[in-house]
Structures are given as C-alpha cells and as structure tokens.
Write a protein that binds this ligand. Structure first.
Ligand code: SF4
Length: 391
C-alpha cells in the first residue's frame, strides 16, 4: 500500500512498539464472573446478539417509534448527520436558551463528536460544577418507553445530570435496546467485560415527563457515518457493538501497537472493521490488511457474538472487489491467488516458488527467508503416513 495514511500508520506502529511489554492473551478473567452471574453464558451471549441485531436490521422503523415515544414524553429530538450538522444545531440551541456555560460529561461519544470544541467555536465556557446546562451521552436509548439508560461515574455526576435545568443528551443512532427489561442483561455483560464487575454501580433510566415543570430535555441523535455501515450487509453486525473493549484486550496486534497508530477515538479490532466506513476507505483500508493476524481471539471473546475477524476478512474482499486497492497491490493479490488456490502449485519445488515470489515482489529477498523445503501440507501427509504405518 502506498497511501500516506498507511505510511504514517506504519511509522506510528514502529514508535509504539514496546518490546519489553509482557502480553497475556489467554483470557481476560471474565469466565468465573460470567458463570456466577449467568447459568448458561453462551445462551446469554446469543440472546444479547439477537436483541441487538434485530434492532439494527430494522433500525429505521425502530428509531421512528423511539422518536414518537420520546417526543410524547416531552423530550425534543434533533437528528444530525455528522459533526458539522451536530455542532451547528447544538450552538443554535445553547444560544436560544441563553446559555453562557455548560457542563460536559466526557465519554467516548462526546469525544467522537468533539463536543468540547464548543469553547473554541463560541463564547460558551465549560464549567464542571454547573447544572444549569449539561451535555451527557447515555449508554442506550430504550425504544418502547422513549427513555434513556444513563450510566454514571459518581453520585455527584448523577446529581448534576438528573437535577439539571437544561438536559442535552447525545446518542449515536445504533445504541438502542427495545425495552427496559433488556437493560439487565446488557448491563451485566458490559460491566463484566469492561470493568470486571458484575453490575454498573450507578445507573438510571431517565424518561422525560410532560408533567414536569420547566421540562427542557433535548436529545441529539447522530449518524456520523453509521449509515455507511448499514448499507453494507456483510459488516452491519459491527453496529451491535456495546463498546466493552474486550476484543482490544485479547488482540495481539493492539496489545503491541496501542491506540496511537489509529489516530482516532476508535481503536482495536472493531475499529479495523468500522473506520473505513465511518471515516473514509482510502485513509483506513490498510487496517484490514495490516492490523490483524486473523487469530480469531476477538470473535471468540465478544459478548454479543460479533464475528470481528470474519468482518475484517469481509472488508478485504470488499476493498479488492470494489477496486479500492492500489494497482500494485491488486496485481500482487491476483497473482498470489493464482497460486494459493491450487494445491499442486503450493506444493511445487522450493526454488520455483522462491523464484516466482521474487519476480512478483520485484525484490532482493534472500531464499532462506521465503519457502521451506516442504509445505505444511506435505509435512502433514508424511506424518500421517508414518502414523498409519505404525498402526
Ligand atoms: S466488538 Fe469488541 S468492543 Fe464491541 S462488543 Fe464485541 S468485544 Fe466488545
């Protein structure tokens, strides 16, 4: 790959590698806790996966129901396409409400939206003590009740948010559950995988009420590239992610390179799948090829059964078939597949394969670093024959 983003990515990877770091990829020690909480953990994971996938597959219909219920409860919804649109609408609201300072509760989504930049784009100050106006990202929206599920870091935060006169919530279009009863299972799964505790400490289901005096509740529902993922049926499942970070903890590549090479709020295995679509393919396509060893740890650990490594393979196919790869890489892939798909060519003599790969890569790689005398398939056949002769 020749793109400058790929070259910068490689440079950052080299800088980030910490050779002394010890990596334990065997488990993230959730098993005992999961079995304490759920009798049949596999069944729970499947149930969680079904709930989230059912929502995503009919997201348009479900969001309309939520909009109706939330509005009937007295809340106001602002639909936003991306950052610019969101920021414009947010500043307009703050101006209309004559807000001079607001309290922003930092989270992954407020960072993704760059909410804190309002201090650069306007005269509004950020005040961590005020509850005149707050900006907060709920964990989920609840379709059937038109409510929001809030997860707090402290009782102080909880008091400020729930007691605020002007409540501004921000939520991506994919973080929803159907009903209040669903919260139980997702709270357990999220806490076990994210924080190794069996349930979050401080949560609240917040439903705006039209009967409340001075009810001033606003929800900004932001797409920010998610609909690009929805359009691609093969990787749509990535939108069911609950942001528990478990896949990061078991990824051998992420454990070595960390966040920096991603240059984005999203990082790790699930970022390899979604960033080319939420940002742009040209700047992030290299993640499918260079950030994954296809070990499958991420798919195995995911509490909502997202087949993360399979989705990364799916991205590779998509980029190849839709001609997003550089001419050079395209030629290389086509030529390699002519050999890799045929067993007799793979089992050809070592010097023939080395010669071909040198011509293909146009490089001076020495023979000893490329093919061994016999392939794994040949060694397997020899071992198998020896075993059957013994028997
Ligand atoms: S994809 Fe990763 S972050 Fe998302 S739910 Fe699965 S394990 Fe958690």
């Amino acid at each position: 790959m020749n793109s400058s983003s790929y070259k910068n990515y490689l440079l950052d990877c080299k800088k980030s590698i910490n050779k002394d770091k010890k990596i334990n990829l065997c488990s993230i020690e959730t098993t005992d806790l999961s079995l304490d909480v759920f009798r049949n953990f596999d069944k729970v994971k499947q149930l969680a996966s079904n709930i989230r996938y059912k929502f995503i597959n009919e997201i348009d219909k479900n969001l309309i129901i939520f909009d109706k219920n939330f509005t009937e409860n007295g809340g106001n919804i602002h639909w936003c396409i991306a950052y610019d649109d969101f920021m414009e609408k947010l500043l307009r609201l703050l101006d209309k409400e004559n807000i001079k300072s607001t309290n922003i509760f930092s989270s992954m989504f407020t960072e993704e939206l760059g909410v804190e930049t309002i201090k650069d784009e306007s005269d509004i100050k950020i005040n961590p003590k005020t509850n005149d106006s707050i900006i907060f990202a709920p964990q989920f929206g609840i379709i059937n009740s038109g409510s929001l599920f809030l997860n707090f870091n402290s009782a102080y935060d909880m008091e400020l948010v729930l007691g605020s006169k002007l409540k501004i919530f921000v939520l991506p279009i994919n973080d929803f559950l159907f009903k209040i009863e669903d919260i139980e299972i997702f709270s357990h799964l999220y806490s076990i995988y994210k924080n190794k505790i069996d349930y979050p400490y401080l949560t609240s289901v917040y439903t705006p009420s039209p009967l409340e005096k001075d009810n001033n509740v606003h929800l900004f529902l932001v797409d920010n590239g998610r609909s690009n993922i929805l359009e691609n049926k093969d990787i749509r499942k990535a939108l069911t992610c609950i942001h528990c970070d478990a896949c990061k903890k078991v990824c051998p590549v992420y454990n070595i390179i960390g966040d920096k090479p991603y240059d984005n709020i999203f990082s790790g295995p699930i970022a390899n799948v979604i960033l080319p679509f939420t940002e742009n393919i040209e700047s992030y396509k290299h993640l499918a090829f260079s950030s994954c060893t296809l070990c499958g740890n991420c798919s195995k650990i995911c509490p909502v059964n997202i087949p993360v490594s399979e989705l990364i393979i799916s991205n590779k196919h998509y980029f190849f078939e839709n001609k997003y790869m550089d001419i050079q890489d395209n030629r290389l892939t086509k030529n390699l597949s002519k050999t890799l798909l045929f067993r007799n060519k793979m089992n050809a003599k070592k010097f023939i394969k080395n010669l071909k790969i040198k011509m293909l890569l146009n490089s001076s790689i020495t023979e000893k670093y490329i093919f061994t005398k016999s392939t794994f398939n040949q060694q397997y056949q020899i071992n198998n024959n020896n075993e059957s002769n013994k028997n």
